[in-house]
Design a protein around this ligand. Structure first.
Ligand code: PEP
Length: 250
């Protein structure tokens, strides 16, 4: 049986006070009561305070990006071993905002994936198509290529220690959610594609859906057989919404 999971992606939001209030509410509603995996991926600077607040709870934390390099003259970068110092369990790699706004291509994303795993951190690998690619019927080809870059570099079994997040770019931060059927179709495509290479990996890998998930639509998405939970942007900043989404896993 695969675990179910909800991950909050705070993006570049928050401050010390707001973060504390948000996590206080999340801890008091979800800590210890949940058999599922719940995590928040926060801006680097807040890792020490988030670690401090979450370390004795069942809620995990992580980062939203990582350097592909181990160390060296890379001004402004943060390495995977630095994230380990703050006990990050997860790091998002290949988020569409990083791919589109910061020029990260499939090769760089694959290198970041490997860097995270080498430091014992579970990468949450984001894949997904733009609206243009969907309308040109290229969704499957785009996702296949995004996964292939990682599998070519890290091997199919690397996905045993990873999470995949299907995030259609046209649904991120737009308020437009993929229908449960649209999302399930892509999740099936991903799982069946992996099964051709390794059925154990395909059966056990957690595949999250991300893109305008809210308290009001989480249950119907999470009810689909291949959707194992969600990667949540905007709604992860609103305590009640995030808690409702986490509860929708059951
Ligand atoms: C995200 O940033 O990963 C995301 C899914 O954002 P939102 O939920 O706001 O669409």
């Amino acid at each position: 049986m695969r675990k179910k999971m909800v991950v909050g992606n705070w993006k570049m939001h928050g401050n010390l006070l707001e973060n504390k209030q948000l996590l206080d509410a999340v801890i008091s509603s979800l800590d210890g009561l949940h058999e599922d995996l719940i995590a928040v991926c926060v801006p680097y600077l807040y890792l020490p305070s988030v670690q401090n607040q979450l370390q004795s709870s069942s809620i995990a934390w992580g980062a939203q990006n990582v350097s592909q390099y181990e160390k060296g003259a890379y001004t402004g970068e943060v390495s995977a071993s630095m994230l380990s110092d703050f006990r990050c369990q997860y790091v998002i790699v290949g988020h569409s905002e990083r791919r589109m706004l910061f020029g990260e291509n499939n090769n760089v994303v694959a290198e970041k994936f490997v860097a995270a795993q080498n430091a014992g951190i579970i990468p949450i690998l984001c894949v997904g198509e733009t609206l243009e690619q969907r309308e040109a019927y290229n969704t499957e080809q785009v996702i296949e290529q995004q996964l292939k870059s990682v599998i070519n570099l890290a091997g199919i079994e690397s996905l045993n220690k990873a999470v995949i997040a299907y995030e259609p770019v046209w649904a991120i931060g737009t308020g437009i959610t993929a229908s449960p059927e649209q999302a399930q179709d892509v999740h099936t495509f991903i799982r069946e594609g992996l099964a051709k290479q390794n059925s154990n990996v395909a059966n056990q890998v957690i595949i999250l859906y991300g893109g305008s998930v809210k308290g009001s639509n989480a249950s119907e998405l999470f009810a689909m057989p291949d959707i194992d939970g969600g990667l949540i942007g905007g709604a992860s900043l609103i305590a009640n919404d995030f808690i409702t989404i986490c509860r929708a896993l059951r």
